[in-house]
Design a protein around this ligand. Structure first.
Ligand code: NAD
Length: 255
């Protein structure tokens, strides 16, 4: 069935758009008519995603930028470049950039804790704040901010205390932002993926993936497109009465 076209003429920013879930989100938003700004630390990966996007119906161009979302000065200069190119700020912002540095708590280094928190939690903070400030300053209220958390932020996971802490933080950040930004018409929601087949999970040993797959009621790991479906819904007016929500997309894992 063809995807609907709910995002015509909307400008959308997607971090981590060079790979996995972020790339699938960029593709889905472009199919739905949005102009997509792909943001990634890896410029070549962002450019590779750009080549896969659907032609834009409204005539605006897609774009790719190399940015480290954990650095405030990078995010500020990204916003200046976007507003220079498109005149208006993005009304859809999806933070999918994320990293893992797995280690058991007893051996976890301060550096591995800090770097995971910086990308996975500070990154969505900087993007949420920068996009919300730009929307408010533009005087054109309304927007949808979507942060990619993880089911691991709710239930914890062996070897992922840094990652679980960052993803629990993403939910708290997003729910608080939802309360503060509702008066500007900006909705903020978190998507909590379960285990999704991407380059990130390629690093997980096969026997661990098999164990989790056996625990998933729907009987398979998720595909990046399963997450993109929900992000497109949250970006669109089909979810206009939803804010501060966390939507689990896990195939039923940990029900
Ligand atoms: P991925 O590794 O395929 O993609 C992550 C992307 O983020 C990469 O392109 C990488 O270059 C980019 N990135 C990393 N650090 C960055 C930085 N500082 N600034 C900008 N970009 C940066 O991973 P994925 O599986 O697609 O994960 C996407 C999001 O979904 C992450 O937030 C991840 O934590 C979350 N998630 C994934 C799963 C899963 O099973 N794959 C499950 C739950 C949550």
């Amino acid at each position: 069935m063809a995807a609907p076209c709910r995002l015509k003429s909307m400008l959308a920013l997607v971090t981590g758009g060079g790979s996995g879930i972020g790339r699938a989100i960029c593709q889905r938003l472009s199919v739905e008519g949005a102009s997509v700004v792909i943001v990634d630390l890896d410029k070549a990966a962002a450019n590779a995603s750009l080549q896969t996007l659907s032609r834009n119906l409204s005539g605006q161009e897609h774009a790719a930028f190399a940015t480290d979302v954990s650095q405030a000065n990078h995010v500020n200069s990204l916003m200046k470049k976007i507003q220079g190119q498109y005149s208006l700020p993005p009304r859809i912002a999806i933070s999918s950039a994320g990293i893992t540095k797995d280690e058991f708590l007893l051996r976890l280094s301060e550096e591995s804790f800090d770097s995971v928190l910086n990308v996975n939690l500070k990154g969505p903070f900087l993007i949420t704040q920068a996009v919300a400030r730009a929307i408010v300053a533009s005087g054109q209220n309304g927007g949808s901010i979507i942060n990619i958390g993880s089911i691991v932020g709710k239930v914890g996971n062996l070897g992922q205390s840094n990652y679980a802490a960052s993803k629990a933080g993403v939910e708290g950040l997003t729910k608080s932002a939802a309360k503060e930004l509702a008066k500007f018409g900006i909705r903020c929601n978190t998507v909590l993926p379960g285990f999704i087949s991407t380059p990130m999970t390629d690093k997980v040993p096969q026997k661990v993936l098999d164990k989790f797959a056996g625990m998933i009621p729907l009987g398979r790991l998720g595909d990046p497109e399963d997450i993109a479906d929900v992000c497109a819904f949250l970006a669109s007016d089909d979810s206009k009465y939803i804010t501060g929500a966390s939507i689990e997309v896990t195939g039923g894992l940990f029900l």
